[in-house]
Design a protein around this ligand. Structure first.
Ligand code: SAH
Ligand code: SF4
Ligand code: F3S
Length: 443
């Protein structure tokens, strides 16, 4: 049976990448085949992100292109999936390209929605679920390498940070059955993968209880141990940790298993307690620094990265300086840095004025980026002269004689290939660096 060719484009975070693989798997079972050429596909899907205004703008632009494609070929169906589908729902039909809208918990219904869209016209389903984890669906892997892969361990978020749209578009937090997570890791390892990244908005609040025996439970520290036990040759990463929930148990599990990577992504958002409170992050600068201290005590070689928002509502120059000060103090190995973007419907949009002028937001963000790249460079320089075990992920895009991979601390490393292949581990002596990359040779 060949029901047609599906083209899918993915925006947003790693969870969306994983979800697109779930979507392809569901459609594959219904007889569709994946197609990477937009001009050959009968079904055009875009899996969307709502985290910031510009993420949504990009998708509207893609819909214009999809419309042009529809005009060229009759019968093409265009579907919007993911977080924007959930946020805007039927409003997306304002765009003449759109035939179908499906939220993040509606993917099992896609074959039916597509069939109905063909037969009857516009279809939408954006009902969020308390239970859906797609735990029984094996994603159809689309990654560019066959070395690293994502595994979603939970969905949704219960945290209600005041600036954030995620709880509204992803629904309530739910944890996936650990058995299905471990089986997925085993299958990946069995088919040659060497690294899995466990994904959740707040992995530290992962908590699975056996519905048949509520006294039996698995928390995140236990889960990473179970995944690490799949094989010492399988690397385990995870993201995102939340400073309010990251306990020492996770750190002890990391210290105990050499295949759990020594990298923690711990978004701080701001270095000002007034901002943190207004953001409803539920920790202070002091408790954040205490967590950093604990990470460095238990895993001295750990890399720590973060997320920072510049120009949140009522942020003063003093608040901004406190963020720079915290960065100086912690010396992160890397950071994702953003200007605050007001999201309709969030608590911040309803109650606080988005009152930091655009030019001030940009200037503050630039100061943050500049400081971080100096710190990243300084941290990378400290790696020179040391040897790191690198999992080779592929051939360097810039130079086909070079390979690239990452250290346990998630630093990208480039080195001459010398017979080593993707999927293998290599011991690399670091000889030079930039703020983003380590350069070395095999030892
Ligand atoms: N669950 C993760 C983050 C998910 S969103 C956590 O709690 O840390 C990824 C990052 O996007 C956030 O850490 C934040 O820095 C940024 N972000 C979220 N909403 C934003 C907004 N409205 N404007 C700008 N950045 C935002
Ligand atoms: Fe958004 Fe906060 Fe949930 Fe992260 S923890 S997804 S920032 S609400
Ligand atoms: Fe991810 Fe964007 Fe949705 S960051 S959860 S795809 S809003």
């Amino acid at each position: 049976m060949n029901a047609g060719k599906v083209y899918i484009e993915t925006y947003g975070c790693q969870m969306n990448v994983y979800d697109s693989e779930l979507v392809l798997s569901i459609l594959h079972k219904a007889g569709y085949t994946r197609c990477e050429d937009i001009s050959e596909a009968g079904i055009l899907l875009v899996n969307t992100c709502s985290i910031r205004e510009n993420a949504e703008q990009r998708v509207w632009g893609r819909l214009d292109l999809f419309l042009a494609e529809k005009k060229k070929r009759r019968g093409v169906i265009v579907g919007v999936l993911g977080c924007m589908a959930e946020r805007l729902k039927d409003k997306l039909f304002a765009h003449p390209a759109v035939d179908m809208v499906a939220g993040p918990d509606s993917y099992r219904k896609l074959p039916e929605l597509i069939e109905k869209a063909v037969a009857e016209g516009r279809q939408s389903d954006t009902v969020l679920s308390f239970h859906e984890t797609y735990s029984d669906i094996e994603p159809l892997r689309t990654g560019s390498d066959k070395v690293t892969s994502f595994i979603s361990i939970m969905r949704g978020c219960n945290n209600m940070c005041t600036y954030c749209i995620v709880p509204y578009v992803r629904g309530p937090e739910r944890s996936r059955d650990p058995k299905s997570i471990i089986e997925e890791a085993r299958r990946l390892y069995g088919s040659g993968y060497k690294e899995v990244s466990l994904l959740g908005q707040n992995v530290d609040s992962y908590m699975w209880r056996n519905p048949d025996n509520p006294t039996e439970s698995v928390n995140f520290a236990q889960l990473i141990e179970l995944v690490a036990l799949v094989s010492p040759e399988l690397r385990v990463r995870f993201s995102t940790s939340h400073p309010k929930d990251m306990g020492n148990g996770v750190l002890y599990s990391m210290a105990m298993y050499p295949n759990i990577c020594t990298h923690i992504h711990l978004p701080v958002q701001s270095g000002s307690n007034r901002m943190l409170q207004k953001m409803n992050r539920k920790y202070t600068v002091e408790t954040y620094l205490e967590r950093i201290g604990k990470i460095r005590e238990i895993i001295p070689q750990a890399s720590i990265t973060t997320d920072i928002i510049a120009g949140f509502c009522s942020e003063t120059e003093e608040d901004h300086k406190a963020t720079l000060e915290l960065m100086q103090n912690v010396r992160f190995d890397g950071a994702f840095m953003f200007q605050y973007s007001e999201r309709p419907g969030t608590k911040a949009a309803r109650h606080f004025a988005d009152d930091v002028p655009a030019d001030v937001k940009t200037r503050r963000l630039n100061e943050i980026i500049e400081l971080q790249s100096a710190i990243s460079l300084e941290n990378n320089r400290k790696c020179i002269g040391h040897t790191y075990r690198v999992l080779v992920e592929g051939v360097s895009k810039r130079d086909s004689g070079q390979l690239f991979g990452r250290t346990s601390g998630n630093k990208v490393c480039i080195f001459p290939s010398q017979g080593i292949r993707p999927g293998e581990y290599a011991d690399v002596l670091i000889e030079s660096c930039t703020s983003a990359t380590l350069l070395g040779r095999l030892v």
